[in-house]
Design a protein around this ligand. Structure first.
Ligand SMILES: Nc1ncnc2c1ncn2[C@@H]1O[C@H](COP(=O)(O)OP(=O)(O)O)[C@@H](O)[C@H]1O
Ligand SMILES: O=C(O)C1=C[C@@H](OP(=O)(O)O)[C@@H](O)[C@H](O)C1
Ligand SMILES: [Mg+2]
Length: 170
């Protein structure tokens, strides 16, 4: 692992970054942070309100600033699904530890998430979920040090797989 011992979780909304992040932090005796919460605290509003009061590109811009300024050694870092649009932000997070892509099929994501309209997803108006999914795959793969398939695995199975892959990196 890199010098600061953090782990960065990336992937589509619904992949399990926030949920798994807490479990991994407990397993690894690390702190936990969700960068969505950092954004909301900085802005004093929800992500959906940010989008409604400006637009999705403004949310991506704010997210990029927050990720670029973040100083998060010894954390499991759950990012938002749009984090990978900020190269500067991802480059900063990479300093703290390996990037784990939680790889989930579009069908599985659709089964898990039913509120795509109100979840504050940073996507262009009119873009379909399938189009967004396709656009992002290359970005997640570009930054991933580890890719873990999440389809057909419960939370504990994914946690165990991430831990195995992290051990294999050392
Ligand atoms: N491996 C899994 N199996 C079943 N449900 C999962 C799994 N991972 C996450 N979930 C569920 O999917 C939903 C979205 O998870 P969340 O952690 O909010 O994803 P993200 O932060 O990546 O958007 C939650 O209801 C969570 O319990
Ligand atoms: O994928 C996206 O565009 C987004 C995902 C959200 O986080 P999760 O991936 O944790 O749902 C959050 O960052 C924001 O609403 C934008
Ligand atoms: Mg999340």
């Amino acid at each position: 692992m890199k010098q600061h011992r953090s782990i960065v979780l990336i992937g589509m909304p619904g992949a399990g970054k926030s949920t798994l992040g807490v479990l991994l932090a407990k397993e690894l005796a690390l702190d936990f942070v969700d960068t969505d919460v950092m954004i909301q605290l900085r802005e004093g509003k929800t992500l959906q309100e940010v989008i409604d009061e400006s637009d999705y590109m403004n949310l991506r811009r704010i997210e990029g600033e927050v990720l670029s300024d973040a100083d998060l050694p010894n954390h499991v870092i759950a990012t938002g699904g749009s984090a990978v649009y900020s190269d500067e932000g991802m480059t900063n997070l990479q300093r703290f530890g390996p990037v784990v892509f939680l790889d989930c099929s579009a069908d599985e994501l659709r089964r898990r998430i039913h509120n795509y309209e109100s979840r504050g997803i940073a996507m262009a108006p009119g873009q379909s979920f399938e189009e967004l999914f396709a656009e992002r795959q290359a970005l997640y793969r570009k930054y991933a040090d580890i890719t873990v398939c999440c389809d057909g695995r419960d939370l504990q199975q994914v946690v165990d797989q991430v831990l195995r892959e992290l051990n294999a990196l050392n």
